[in-house]
Design a protein around this ligand. Structure first.
Ligand code: GTP
Ligand code: MG
Ligand code: ZN
Length: 305
C-alpha cells in the first residue's frame, strides 16, 4: 500500500496502539514512537506492520504504508456503517469471560466464529476464578468442540502459567465484555501496563485512563498480548454470510450432509444441521447463535429469512 518512493525512504515498525489517525509504533530497534496517519486512504490498526518517515524532530512520525495483513479481526457496527478493524496479524484469540459481568455466550460464539474464519487458535479464559469457579456444565459445549478453557485470576495470578504456555511466544488478542478483567490480566502479566495504558491512550488522542484503544504489550516469554476495549455486543464483519457456517465448527462439519450444497441451515428441507439440532446432536443454543448471526449478516447484505 506504500508508494515505491515512500517505501524507499521509509523505515519499518509495528503498530502497538492505534486510535483513529494517531497511535504508537515500535521501531525495528524496539523504541516506541508516536505516529500520525496522513490522508484517509490508510486505516491503520494495532498489529499492523507499517512503513514510516520522520519529518521534524519532536513531531509524530508519519505512516506512509501498511504491509499486507496475514489476518484481521473486524467488527460490523450497527446501521450499516463501515467495518472497524480491531487488530491484525494475530495468532491466538483469547475470549475472556467472568461471573460478572454476566456472561453472554452469543458474544463468545461470535468471537470463536471470527477466530475460525481468520485461521487463528482460540481459547476461553474464565477470569475472576477467585470469586466463582468455572461453570463446567455451561461451558462443556466448548470443550466438546475442542476449545481450551482456562480458569484464571488476575488478582491471585492462578492459571496464568497454563494460559501463557498455550499462547506461547505468539501474538494473542484479549477480547470480551467490558469489565471481565482484560486490562487487569495484562497488568498482572506485564506489571506497570496500566500506567502505560494511560500514556498510550493519551498519545492516541483520548487522554483518558480507560481502555479506549487496542494496545499491544510484550510479555517476558517473548510473546505479545493485545488489550482491547470491552464490548457490549460484537458482530464480526463477515462479507459473505455463507462463510458463517464454517466459523461454527460443528455446523460446518454437519452441513456437508445437507441435501443442498449451498444450504443456509435456516429453513431448507433435509437440512442435516437443523435435524442434528432437533435431536440434540448439535447444541440448540449454539444453533440459535448461528441463526441469529446469519439473520444479522443477511439483513446487512439486504436479504431476510
Ligand atoms: N476479584 C477479581 N476481580 C477482578 C479480577 N480481574 C479484574 N477484576 C476487577 O474487575 C474490574 C474490571 O477490570 P478491568 O481489567 O478494567 O476490565 P476490562 O475487561 O479491561 O474492562 P474494559 O476495559 O472496560 O473492557 C476491576 O474492578 C477489576 O479490579 C479478578 O481476577 N478477580
Ligand atoms: Mg480494559
Ligand atoms: Zn443445512
Amino acid at each position: 500500500m506504500a508508494t515505491d518512493a515512500a517505501r524507499d525512504s521509509s523505515k519499518t515498525g509495528l503498530v502497538i496502539a492505534a486510535h483513529g489517525r494517531r497511535g504508537m509504533l515500535e521501531t525495528a530497534g524496539g523504541s516506541a514512537l508516536p505516529y500520525i496517519v496522513r490522508g484517509r486512504h490508510l486505516q491503520v490498526c494495532c498489529g499492523d506492520h507499517v512503513h514510516w518517515q520522520a519529518f521534524a524532530d519532536g513531531d509524530p512520525v508519519v505512516i506512509s504504508g501498511i504491509a499486507p495483513r496475514r489476518n484481521q479481526l473486524s467488527r460490523q457496527p450497527p446501521r450499516g456503517s463501515k467495518p472497524e478493524t480491531i487488530a491484525a496479524n494475530i495468532s491466538h484469540l483469547i475470549v475472556v469471560m467472568a461471573a460478572l459481568p454476566l456472561p453472554d455466550l452469543f458474544i463468545t460464539d461470535r468471537y470463536l466464529c471470527a477466530a475460525h474464519l481468520m485461521g487463528v487458535q482460540a481459547a476461553i479464559v474464565w477470569n475472576k476464578a477467585d470469586l466463582a469457579a468455572l461453570p463446567e456444565a455451561e461451558l462443556a459445549v466448548y470443550s466438546r468442540l475442542g476449545y481450551r478453557l482456562f480458569p484464571v485470576s488476575a488478582v491471585t495470578g492462578s492459571g496464568l502459567d497454563a494460559l501463557l504456555s498455550w499462547s506461547g511466544q505468539c501474538v494473542g488478542l484479549l477480547v470480551g465484555q467490558s469489565g471481565v478483567g482484560k486490562s487487569s490480566l495484562l497488568n498482572r502479566l506485564v506489571p506497570g501496563s496500566d500506567t502505560a495504558t494511560g500514556q498510550l491512550s493519551a498519545a492516541s488522542d483520548e487522554g483518558r485512563h480507560t481502555t479506549t484503544a487496542s494496545i499491544m504489550y510484550r510479555l517476558e516469554n517473548g510473546g505479545r498480548l493485545i488489550d482491547t476495549p470491552g464490548v457490549r455486543d460484537f458482530v464480526p464483519a463477515i462479507p459473505d454470510p455463507r462463510d458463517i457456517a464454517h466459523g461454527f465448527v460443528e455446523i460446518g462439519a454437519t452441513g456437508r450432509d445437507c441435501r443442498f450444497a449451498d444450504c443456509s441451515h435456516l429453513r431448507e428441507p433435509d437440512c442435516a444441521v437443523s435435524e442434528a439440532a432437533l435431536k440434540g446432536l448439535i447444541d440448540s443454543r449454539r444453533y440459535e447463535s448461528y441463526r441469529r448471526l446469519m439473520n444479522l449478516a443477511n439483513q446487512a447484505a439486504g436479504q431476510t429469512y
